[in-house]
Design a protein around this ligand. Sequence first.
Ligand code: ATP
Ligand code: MG
Length: 337
Amino acid sequence: MKTILTGIRANSVLTLGNYLGALLPIVRLSNKYSREGDNINIFVPDLHSIISEVEGDLAENTIRTLKYYLAAGLIINENVHIYRQSRVPAHAELCWILNCTATMGEMSRMTQYKEKSEGKASCNVGIFDYPALMAADILLYSANYVPLGEDQFQHIELTRNLAERFNHKYGEIFVIPEDTKAQVEFMGVSKPIRVRDLVNPEKKMSKSNLAENSKIMLDDTPEKAAKKIMSATTDSLGAVDFDFETRPGISNLLYIEALVNDTPLETVVEKWRGESKYGELKKQVAASVSGLLSDFQARLERISDAEVLDLLEKGEKYANEVANKKLHEAQKALHLR
Ligand code: ATP
Ligand code: MG
């Protein structure tokens, strides 16, 4: 029996990138593995949220995020556990222990930290330290697989290093999560999904990017989303082809079209290669994306807060039991108990 763990921050409404790269893959994995008897932990890392400005009400955002999973087709059974990080105090406690295991050097090398702190006059310690909290999130539940986007892979490697270091010093307490290669294989995609920014396609689409047209939000009206696709940055080469290196804009559109329709990328590229009217491709992608949004939004409407709160109550009871057991083992190993 495996444990599969995933979390998604509930800072704001999610983007199409979050949907295609995180939500949909975990929903598919969860549905597959929970039926086979594996444990699926889906948690809202609300303690991670407060490292940056939270848009709106965090508690409400949390409920909305969980509704997203349900609207994306998540099947609930006895193997699926849904919880809020802040309701399981063991996360913060193990984080402290891991802080005393990690070095300043390795934490300073984290790309996410470097990106998020770059050029800022001051940066909160949470931005620096959240990979240690993330390691706690994973190790408390002996998670084997943590399906995440490629921007988080470095943190999985850090988690493995911290766990190995702790075990080496204090005994075999933590289960080491699989390495990133195995994680990618497990997710069943040869390359991690990475939807690009619509305005600046050299970058990935990010919900924290303030430029409205750079991202499709899951609560955009289908019409608004279609407009954003129509105004996406392309190039002036005049014939559609796929190459993320040299032609990121047009490639991103092909990529989105393939993902939204669950069609192999090669099939989409074959269909559009050589097309000189980029507008035609844009119209097709705009129709696919707005269709996806209207279906998703209709399903979302039908899910109640009460349904989500009931799942959280059950999930948090389970999570506290499992996490406290592991925390106590670590505390005993350290002679704190
Ligand atoms: P932020 O700008 O606040 O970092 P984000 O859009 O990058 O927001 P995260 O909360 O960092 O979102 O990540 C949530 C999940 O979505 C992660 O699993 C991440 O890998 C995935 N993800 C984020 N952006 C994309 C993207 N553009 N394409 C595919 N997956 C993505
Ligand atoms: Mg991010």
